[in-house]
Design a protein. Structure first.
Ligand code: NIG
Ligand code: FE
Length: 422
């Protein structure tokens, strides 16, 4: 069999294989499918062989112009998948960072017109080109830290025109850089200033005008809502998501982040791909998630950045059989973190996830959370050749040494897209 790309001599090839049909749960999260002295070969972007270096090299014949990378005993993972980001925005919020240090609460800052609304003002004022330029810089940072696929939400426009502007910027970004993007419409992210005191009228705008315009544009795959006290209620969230489902969007939900409103239950009821945050999830919410295919996307960097004392109950969720994934939640307010290895480092220390569980949570389970598990998230024949080579001999180093970028090389669809040294 021909191959035009191969990585050989991986000290540990972490395949995360065997879970393309359904996400990992419970003890499965610790199964990494490790192949010692492993190799991967690809043709035209897709994996054609994976196994020991000797086996793979026996199976494939490299084309004359093939790229052959010797991993030299390093750890090789599937490309990392970030299933929850807000990376298209203008401005930054260092002022709120300092306010939070001094004790201000996230929802109080929002209620006073800051927080998300501050980024809405700067994003509305920015041109599409500026959003693209800023987004490109953040995506390059993510790629250099191993992210090869990311979900990206709108939600800082909150008018038909400004939401479409953000979504068009995401589409342009997809064409100009290698990180694969999954666009999500998040028009129900906050009540904008011009609708203050009239939340139902804003919900009408989202359902009656924004959703049809976004559906017609073809610019988003998923629809998300920030279901939270003082933002969108469970009933308002249900209305938006039901309307989105009718238009063919896959669903996601910012659920039970601060106040336990029952967002997890709503996400399960509507068959959402994921329920995200879940710091305040109730035992009932955990039970519902465990009995469903909705992935619980946990965002521990957000809790860390909000200086919260309580993290999402990951151990309870894993014990109950919930399919858990991890994401960065990259945004200018609650998580200016766009490094999944940093998220993994926090998840191990604060959510008490094992390094292996954290890897499953940013690869195959994260792929399930964005509806891409049949194409990526693990190293298996037929999937995209998305790989990250870490300068480490032991996969646990990635979370252990968080904060130091151990990424040596990044491969997207069988092409070397970052690293490149030696
Ligand atoms: O997921 N919770 C709502 N949305 C984002 C924060 C966005 C912002 O603060 O700008 C989140 O944390
Ligand atoms: Fe978010």
């Amino acid at each position: 069999m021909k191959a035009d790309f191969a990585v050989i001599n991986a000290g540990q090839l972490i395949t995360a294989a065997g879970y393309s049909e359904r996400p990992k749960r419970g003890p499965e999260l610790n199964e990494l499918g490790i192949i010692n002295d492993g190799a991967v070969a690809a043709k035209e972007g897709l994996i054609v062989a994976a196994g020991s270096t000797a086996d793979v090299m026996k199976q494939v014949e490299l084309t004359g112009d093939a790229m052959l990378i010797d991993a030299g005993g390093k750890v090789v993972l599937p490309g990392l998948v970030d299933p929850h980001t807000h990376l298209v925005f203008a401005g930054s919020r260092e002022d709120e960072f300092e306010m939070k240090i001094k004790g201000a609460a996230y929802l109080d800052i929002l209620a006073r017109g800051g927080g998300i609304l501050s980024t809405v003002r700067s994003t509305r004022a920015a041109g599409e080109d500026e959003l693209i330029r800023i987004g490109e810089k953040y995506l390059a940072e993510m790629l250099s830290q191993g992210t090869t696929t990311a979900e990206v939400k709108s939600g800082y426009g909150l008018t038909v025109a400004d939401e479409l502007k953000q979504l068009r910027a995401i589409r342009s970004l997809q064409k100009m850089q290698p990180v694969e993007l999954v666009p999500t419409f998040l028009g129900a992210h906050a009540i904008p200033e011009e609708y203050k005191g009239k939340p139902d009228a804003f919900v009408e705008l989202v359902i009656g005008e924004m959703l049809p315009a976004v559906a017609c544009s073809g610019l988003a795959e998923c629809c998300d809502v920030f279901c939270e006290e003082g933002v969108f209620s469970v009933e308002q969230s249900r209305r938006v998501l039901e309307a989105a489902r009718k238009l063919g969007f896959a669903l996601k939900l910012h659920a039970d982040e601060i106040v336990p409103l029952g967002g997890a239950e709503l996400a399960v009821e509507l068959g959402a791909l994921s329920a995200d945050h879940l710091v305040a999830v109730t035992p009932r919410g955990i039970e519902r998630l465990a009995a469903s295919n909705t992935v619980a996307v946990l965002l521990p960097a957000t809790t860390f950045c909000l200086m919260g004392s309580k993290y999402a109950p990951a151990r309870e969720m894993i014990a109950a059989g919930v399919a858990v994934a991890l994401a960065g939640d990259f945004n200018p307010g609650s998580s200016p973190v766009n490094s999944l290895p940093v998220v993994m480092g926090i998840a191990c220390r604060q959510l008490k996830m094992t390094p292996a569980e954290a890897i499953s949570a940013v690869t195959i389970n994260a792929a399930h959370a964005i509806g891409r598990a049949s194409e990526l998230g693990s190293i298996e024949v037929g999937k995209k050749a998305d790989l990250v080579i870490f300068d480490a001999a032991d996969y646990r180093s990635i979370a252990y040494r968080f904060g130091t970028n151990l990424v040596d090389k990044v491969i997207k669809a069988g092409r070397l897209v970052a690293g490149g040294k030696s």
